[in-house]
Ligand binder design. Structure first.
Ligand code: ATP
Ligand code: MG
Length: 594
């Protein structure tokens, strides 16, 4: 690949970053005095998590407004390095790079049926002809339209295409810096195959590429079973970077390795803890009791004996879901069990219409479908709302309730039993950096994406989609690689691999000569180097090098030369050693390889 462009800015000649680093024609040497780079002493007020604070304090990103950031020259280098790792691994997996427009006509979203489903999270605007356009939150529609026009024979398949591109989402709560932004960079890939088996192979190739990508970026990302959500399809994995700041819960079985997002996680149940009949149903006055705890207290039972009942509208149709009182209903699972696209909790009036006053509802006698969590199986002595204000019914047997379906509906929590082996599940927090889906024919059916097979029969193409949050990954690297002094960049994505600090260059001719020689040597060896040539005290330079997190720090000063050469410091191990000038390059390479 060629440099995008070359230009002359003022007195410096600037060669812009080249997309493929192997050509090495981009600037791999930068002097602090020639940049606008600045670090901050204090944590920015709005930053809640460490990686967000550090990216801003190190001067790698600059906040424009909520969820919108400028990447500074150093920050952009990190971003490009992450992108290049992604690009190399996508290419290696046989995917082909394309670029689709961020601006998309709404008609494509009408075709897939997702125009309404995306709701307010999709930015919409009008062009001058008053046509509705959207700023793409993702590209299944655009890519399927493209493939529909390109593919007609089985001979053209399999085919996987990808792009690295800006996405727009009007998030309810943009926060945590690059983690949940309104505008962010995603790598999105899409596979097209002739059969389910062939699609499995394409999925596996992407899955394997993801494992390599995150490893090369220096993050530990664990693949976990995930809920396919609005993507449709039936099978998906998320790649989770484990960190206490993560927004997702990840359930693990340490015995068999089962791992799943809390949205998806299942559990083994033994049915109800209250299987024995204890009397005839009896209404009990529970005035003012609205919560499970209040009802349990009023009836005089354990909250586990209460049945929690909620009315939902599933694609507009009222249904009731019930679960043990101390558990939560998992709406992702309920949506899947119902096979609906839109699921909303009914408002008080709707709940009253189909069951009773909120706080006193139950499944007994209702005319709508009741979906029960399998943890309530064989419940013969439980307490439900009586569907009249201020009353609950005790000694209810669910045998006397018409249950439409028994489903796994409860949110799984730590301590529950593993669905695979019965072991005990534990929970950790995770940041979703990537997601792979088997989509089946959800989009290709809607767009009529077909191919002729060897018998000249028409078939629908099988599709998969694969996303990586590139900017989110950049920040996730920081979330897993920092210490009290700042960021600790892995060499593969460090803004510059080496920070060179010439300390006494102004007054010591020898120092200057050694530093210049080292600069040239590093540059010639393809190691990128940031030279802190500011007129600052050594302490300031050391602090900034630690904060920004360059993988290796090299100091050339009168003192280091007296000690026998240059000082090489590994940011990760904290080791510092003085090496003779001739051995400096080898020592730096060794420190970078650690
Ligand atoms: P989340 O559940 O975190 O909202 P998602 O499931 O909506 O993410 P996908 O549609 O699967 O995300 O998008 C693919 C990838 O894009 C995600 O794995 C994530 O890394 C990244 N991503 C999604 N939303 C954002 C955002 N608002 N800011 C930054 N990265 C994002
Ligand atoms: Mg996702």
């Amino acid at each position: 690949m060629f440099p995008i462009s070359e230009g002359q800015f003022g007195v410096f000649s600037v060669s812009f970053y080249v997309l493929n680093p192997s050509t090495k024609t981009y600037e791999n040497l930068m002097r602090w005095s020639k940049t606008l780079h600045a670090t901050l002493r204090d944590d920015p007020q709005e930053a809640e998590i460490t990686s967000h604070k550090l990216l801003i304090r190190a001067g790698l990103v600059h906040k424009v407004s909520g969820g919108l950031y400028t990447f500074t020259p150093l920050g952009l280098r990190v971003l490009h390095k992450v992108e290049n790792i992604v690009r190399e691994e996508m290419d290696r997996a046989g995917a082909q790079e394309i670029l689709m427009p961020a601006l998309q006509p709404i008609e494509l979203w009408d075709t897939s049926g997702r125009a309404s489903q995306m709701g307010a999270s999709m930015f919409r605007l009008k062009d001058r002809q008053d046509r509705t356009m959207v700023l793409g939150p993702t590209h299944e529609e655009v890519v399927t339209d493209y493939i529909t026009h390109m593919v007609n024979s089985y001979r053209q398949l399999p085919c996987t295409v990808y792009q690295i591109q800006t996405k727009f989402r009007d998030e309810i709560r943009p926060r945590f810096g690059l983690m949940r932004a309104k505008e962010f960079i995603m790598k999105d890939a899409y596979s097209f195959d002739v059969s389910l088996e062939a699609a499995d192979a394409s999925y596996q190739a992407m899955y394997d590429a993801y494992v390599r990508i995150f490893e090369r970026c220096g993050v530990t990302a664990k693949p976990v079973e995930a809920d396919p959500g609005t993507m449709g399809g039936n099978h998906s994995h998320e790649f989770m970077v484990l960190a206490p700041s993560g927004e997702d819960g990840v359930l693990y079985c340490h015995e068999c390795g089962y791992a799943a997002n809390q949205e998806r996680a299942e559990r083994k149940t033994n049915g109800s803890e209250f299987p024995n009949k204890a009397g005839a149903p009896e209404d009990v006055a529970t005035p003012g009791a609205h919560t499970v705890e209040e009802a349990a207290k009023a009836v005089g039972v354990d909250p586990r004996q209460i049945v929690k009942s909620l009315v939902y509208l599933a694609d507009g149709k009222p249904v009731m879901a019930i679960v043990q009182g101390t558990r939560e209903i998992n709406e992702c699972k309920l949506r899947r069990a119902l096979g609906c696209t839109e699921l909303v909790l009914a408002d008080d009036a709707t709940t009253a219409k189909y069951a009773g006053p909120v706080g006193s509802i139950g499944p007994v006698g209702v005319k709508i479908s009741v979906y029960a969590d399998t943890g309530l199986k064989d419940a013969n002595d439980v307490v439900t709302g009586a569907n009249k204000a201020g009353f609950h019914t005790k000694h209810v047997s669910l045998d006397n309730v018409s249950i439409t379906a028994w489903e796994d509906l409860a949110t799984v929590i730590a301590g529950d039993s593993c669905p695979k082996c019965g072991g005990t599940l534990s929970i950790e927090r995770g940041i979703e950096v990537g997601h792979v889906f088997k989509l089946g024919t959800k989009y290709t059916k809607a767009f009529n994406t077909t191919f002729l097979d060897a018998e000249r029969k028409t078939n629908i193409v099988i599709m998969g989609c694969y996303g990586i949050g590139v900017t989110r990954t950049m920040q996730a690297v920081v979330e897993q690689n920092f210490d009290k002094d700042g960021i600790v960049w892995p060499a593969s994505v460090s803004p510059f691999q080496v920070a060179l600090l010439p300390l006494d260059a102004a007054k010591d001719e020898n120092c200057r000569a050694v530093a210049e020689r080292l600069e040239k040597e590093l540059e010639a060896n393809g190691i990128d180097v940031f030279i802190d040539d500011r007129e600052e005290r050594p302490g300031v330079k050391f602090k900034d090098a630690d904060l920004i997190g360059f993988t290796v720090r090299v100091v050339v000063g009168t003192r280091s030369l007296e000690k026998g050469g240059v000082e090489v410091h590994s940011r990760k191990t904290g080791e510092t050693y003085v090496v003779p000038i001739e051995g400096a390059l080898a020592a730096i390479k060794e420190a970078l390889a650690e």
